[in-house]
Design a protein around this ligand. Structure first.
Ligand code: WTA
Length: 651
């Protein structure tokens, strides 16, 4: 994508199209293009009527008085309604046969397994909800969850929902610094963690990170520690408690209290183009409706499916499609703790065949890794239980799509390429697999109820096959409500860029079939292995190293991760540009943010290329990082500002 002067030029041209088989369509919830278009039109014409009809699928303690109150940019959905999110995910499944259905089939990285039926999960959640109450949690309190991919992560989230506490889940790959920042921003009172978590046979020392984080976050009063790896930890008397000790004493009786539709359900931190991470706030009824509705339609859900979303619960994909959407729908969820290449590169195929997974939802970066590891890892694994595949997190390149289609889907399973964001809460653009022909690389068309459009800066719809900004024109139930503690930033970032519409910060193109092709971010956010990282955050991490004067961070193309992190660093005078310093800077970024932000490349420079007004010329740096222009050995100091001067001479 090139994005000079706000015009976006699309270069991808893909003409292959894969209609769903007759066999798939005939059994699908939405069976044809005509049926999809009819639904979409009905929803667009009378959105409140449409969403009210969908909301009947939830269990309400008190029905709403008003479907939507829209005072741009603030939405309230299902006003006056009351429900309990955890009761929707658990209690209501206990009256019939689902009671004894597996809710979670879990496998740990070392190979240990657990199955929790809906009844068992309900019991654990009730007990842990009482644990939370016993250590002082009340409705409205913020609770940080920093756990590996174990069932207790789901139990903790649902227990918070049960008592109306707002959870803030932090991905286990984040560092102590990142945990401290998020605790402080949320003003969290309780933190739930474990001694450690398994990753590629090693233990990630979560409790140790928490101990460091708590030296800097003073609002946390109590810490609950799950024993997962039995690695030694320090427990602070009066503050830290073992999960199993508290659970032993807790009652399993915890009736679900009703909460308002707009009661805050969770905060999830994500990167924006500037400043500190944004605490995206989601509320109860609308979010639950958005996730359960999209989960049912996009994955064409059937009672007997085994649904596996490989994301971590620490990301929005895990929140919406491991926990809330699937459990609200009474689905059997597959959950796996560890790495896809442990002990060997066939772990995922092994899991799919052993548990007969029927729907598999993963990220393009993982698919590219599978391709790199080689097709031999598929040998001996029976993948015939699969009936539907999905992707999320970044644009999927057509070659990876074709590989996924042929090798994993046996040219038989539809692929749903789902576009959405932490902010949107649930899937917004995706094929309904029985209705729409798929095209490799396109997320196809918006779901019924979603009015997405490609526009120019003034908000005018651009013509077919012209690039533009992807916006959403109408409020939707699962939309974010604000940025926690910073409503001004919420308004500024999402509602002022293109007047009157929700600004996604993604570029897109609409083709002649009305299919949408997402072209990537138009702001300074990197998409590294499907995770959003702000260039600013990595820059501030670098600059707070004592030897660094200034830093600029840009993305560079990376075969597996989609984007790699390339850093241009100027040193304070008297410091030598050495390979040791490069390593130290890499480690420093990992310490500040986490391993997911480890720079792929560090280049020292005398000065950074800047415009006359002092803005760093990122476009130039991106070209350099992509290898379009180099100045020889990169350990030595280079003067990239010369290139900037040369370029401005050309222009
Ligand atoms: C990108 C993840 C192309 C996009 C659910 C978006 C995608 C950002 C797709 C949100 C897709 C996500 N095709 N790009 N199917 N899905 N993206 O908040 O740039 O972690 O704005 O949410 O990922 O990332 P987030």
């Amino acid at each position: 994508m090139s994005s000079s002067s706000g015009n976006i030029t699309s270069v991808l041209k893909e003409t292959r199209s894969f209609p769903p088989s007759q066999e798939f369509s005939s059994q699908a919830h939405v069976k044809s293009l005509a049926e999809y278009e009819k639904l979409w039109k009905e929803a667009a014409e009378e959105p409140e009527k449409f969403w009210a009809a969908q909301a009947d699928s939830l269990s309400w303690v008190k029905k709403w008085d008003k479907v939507l109150e829209w005072k741009e940019p603030h939405a309230k959905w299902f006003l006056g309604g009351k429900l309990n999110v955890s009761a929707n995910c658990l209690d209501r499944h206990l009256s019939g046969a689902r009671k004894n259905k597996a809710a979670i089939i879990w496998e740990g990285e070392p190979g240990d397994t657990r199955v929790l039926t809906y009844q068992m999960l309900h019991r654990e959640v009730c007990k842990f909800a009482n644990v939370l109450k016993n250590i002082g949690a009340k409705a409205g309190d913020r609770v940080t969850i920093y756990l590996p991919m174990v069932p207790e992560a789901v139990i903790a989230m649902l227990a918070c929902a049960r008592i109306g506490a707002t959870h803030s889940v932090i991905f286990g790959g984040f560092s102590a610094e990142a945990v401290a920042d998020r605790n402080n921003d949320a003003g969290a009172k309780i933190l739930i963690t474990s001694d450690g978590g398994w990753r590629r046979g090693k233990i990630i020392p979560l409790k140790e990170n928490v101990d460091q984080a708590l030296a800097k976050s003073k609002t946390i009063e109590k810490v609950v520690v799950l024993k997962r790896c039995a690695n030694p930890v320090t427990m602070k008397e009066g503050r830290d408690f073992w999960w199993h000790d508290l659970m032993d004493k807790a009652s399993a009786d915890c009736p679900a209290e009703p909460f308002d539709s707009e009661h805050p359900l969770f905060i999830l931190y994500t990167s924006g183009s500037t400043g500190k991470p944004k605490g995206i706030l989601h509320t109860s009824a609308g979010y639950l409706l958005g996730t359960s509705y999209s989960h049912r339609l996009v994955f064409d859900l059937k009672e007997e499916d085994i649904f596996w979303c490989t994301a971590d619960v620490g990301w929005i994909t895990g929140h919406s499609y491991i926990v809330y959407g699937p459990l609200c729908n009474g689905t059997t969820v597959m959950m796996y703790e560890g790495a896809p290449n442990h002990p060997k590169e066939d772990r995922f195929w092994d899991i799919i065949s052993r548990y007969s997974v029927s729907i598999f939802y993963t990220a393009p970066t993982a698919i590219r890794a599978f391709i790199k590891w080689g097709d031999q890892w598929l040998n001996g694994h029976d993948l015939s239980s699969l009936r539907l595949l999905g992707t999320v997190g970044e644009p999927i390149n057509p070659e990876a799509w074709m590989w996924y289609h042929k090798k994993i889907g046996a040219s038989r399973c539809p692929i749903v390429d789902t576009w959405w964001q932490t902010e949107t809460g649930s899937i917004m653009i995706s094929p309904l697999p029985g209705a729409l022909a798929t095209k490799p690389g396109s997320a196809t068309r918006p779901l019924p109820g979603v009015v997405a459009e490609v526009v120019d800066k003034q908000g005018n719809r651009v013509g077919d096959n012209q690039g533009g900004f992807l916006v959403v024109k109408k409020p939707w139930p699962a939309m974010l409500r604000t940025i926690y503690g910073d409503d001004a930033r919420y308004q500024e970032q999402y509602w002022t860029q293109v007047k009157g519409f929700y600004f996604t910060a993604d570029g897109a193109r609409r083709d002649e079939d009305q299919y949408l092709w997402i072209m990537g971010r138009v702001d300074d956010v990197l998409n590294v292995a499907g995770h959003r990282l702000s260039t600013m955050e990595v820059e501030s991490a670098l600059v707070n190293h004592p030897q660094v004067a200034e830093a600029a961070v840009v993305g560079k193309p990376d075969e597996i991760k989609g984007e790699g992190i390339s850093c241009f660093v100027t040193l304070k005078s008297g410091n030598a540009p050495t390979d040791e310093l490069k390593k130290a800077l890499r480690d420093h970024v990992v310490k500040e943010i986490g391993a997911l932000a480890r720079p792929d490349e560090i280049r020292f420079t005398e000065s950074l290329p800047k415009t006359r007004s002092g803005k760093i010329m990122r476009r130039l740096l991106r070209d350099i990082a992509a290898g379009k222009q180099t100045l020889g050995d990169t350990t030595t100091l280079e003067d990239y500002s010369i290139l900037a001067k040369l370029r401005s001479d050309e222009e």
